[in-house]
Design a protein around this ligand. Structure first.
Ligand SMILES: [Zn+2]
Ligand SMILES: [Zn+2]
Length: 387
């Protein structure tokens, strides 16, 4: 780790941080149902003599360094795991069948708890406040939104009022310490869609429309949206990921169901794509004398980084990892940190742990030394902003 300027107090806490991460890794919990993880986090924050709020947004936890003067900076970690069976054979392998911390949220918790411990020692020198936010249900459950809207403790709007928000997601896109740090969008509009083609069904010899061939035609027409309608200056993805119809060789099914996802960065591109899908469905309805139901399931908005917050974060990151490589291409992922950047200026980046398998893989694991970089980032950022 000689290429990195790790904060000395984080370095001292490395073994403890690894222990925290491995304990959390062994007992992964899903969505909002996080009794073990929430308790571990709140007990740890309480042991640091911080102000602690529990059951925020059902199972979120917030630790606060509350100083009456100066700005309030929010640092975020997510706590939920994925419904994946772990394929790694490591001493800290998941003990819960079918559940795994395959998105690195275990390391996010350990990094932020470690940063909270170091900063709690310096709290009398801080000219401002810090909120350490540990959220449930990032993987599709809108946990950040639940914490923002919790009437008991709306995290952004409770004193001390939050001024800026920062977060890190671990990844494996480069060598240890490399970072994916786009200027603007760190994630994209993430939308799902369901399409149901309703025909009549019947004997294969009957004179009826066939939802299977209509579905095949519809998929091909959806592919033309990217080539004919979306400008080549804009990035977008339209993917049909599921096609279900019929069982028998000799019967035309009554329905065909398609599922898919649309990823975009700009709202006008997103609107254009959904208008085109609607128009294509309508055209096929008339042509084929069938009824098509098209439903959009909105997931997350893009995380939009603030340029001033980016500058502050990049300055700290360059100090800690001066030789690391920066990638700035916006990734087509969904992330509910966007609920925070929709409300407050902030910055978010992805920190590579240099390992082989990607997040959401049953073989995902990390080089735990990356957590020293992440925890040092949080510590140095707060010392830079509030001292
Ligand atoms: Zn994930
Ligand atoms: Zn994640």
């Amino acid at each position: 780790m000689e290429k990195f300027n790790i904060h000395p107090e984080v370095q001292e806490l490395f073994e403890e941080m690894v222990g925290l991460r491995r304990t959390i890794h062994m007992y992964p919990e899903i969505n909002f149902d996080l009794p073990i993880t929430s308790k571990l986090v709140s007990d740890y924050l309480t042991s640091l003599n911080l102000e602690v709020h529990t059951e925020v947004g059902q199972s979120g936890v917030v630790g606060v360094i509350n100083n009456s003067t100066g700005p309030c900076i929010l640092l975020r970690a997510d706590m939920d795991c994925l419904p994946i069976e772990e394929a790694n054979n490591v001493p800290y392998k998941s003990k819960i069948p079918g559940k795994m911390h395959a998105c690195g949220h275990d390391s996010h918790i350990a990094m932020l708890l470690t940063a909270a411990k170091v900063l709690s020692r310096h709290k009398d020198h801080l000219k401002g406040s810090v909120k350490f936010l540990f959220q449930p249900a990032e993987e599709g459950g809108h946990g950040a939104r639940e914490m923002i809207n919790d009437p008991k403790y709306p995290v952004l709007d409770t004193e001390p009022l939050v001024d800026q928000v920062y977060g890190i997601h671990i990844s494996n896109h480069g060598k240890l310490g490399d970072y994916l740090f786009p200027d603007k969008y760190v994630s994209c509009f993430t939308d799902f869609f369901d399409i149901v083609i309703n025909g009549k069904g019947g004997h294969m010899s009957a004179d009826t429309n066939n939802p299977v061939t209509i579905g095949a035609d519809l998929i091909l027409q959806l592919q033309t949206i990217m080539s004919r309608n979306v400008s080549n200056k804009d990035r977008a993805v339209i993917s049909v990921t599921s096609f279900n119809a019929g069982e028998a060789n000799n019967a035309v099914p009554a329905i065909c169901k398609l599922k898919g996802t649309v990823r975009t960065f700009e709202k006008n591109v997103r609107d254009l794509i959904f208008d085109r899908i609607t128009a294509i469905c309508k055209g096929i309805e008339i042509e084929q004398n069938c009824k098509i139901d098209f439903k959009i399931i909105e997931l997350y908005y893009p995380i939009e980084n603030n340029s001033e917050c980016n500058e502050k974060a990049l300055k700290v990151l360059r100090k800690i990892a001066p030789e690391a490589t920066r990638d700035s291409v916006s990734p087509m992922i969904g992330e509910d940190f966007s609920y925070l950047t929709n409300r407050k200026p902030g910055s978010f980046f992805m920190l590579s742990t240099g390992c082989e398998n990607s997040i959401h893989s049953p073989s995902f694991d990390i080089d735990e030394r990356a957590m020293m970089i992440g925890a040092s980032f949080f510590v140095e950022l707060i010392l830079d902003l509030l001292v």
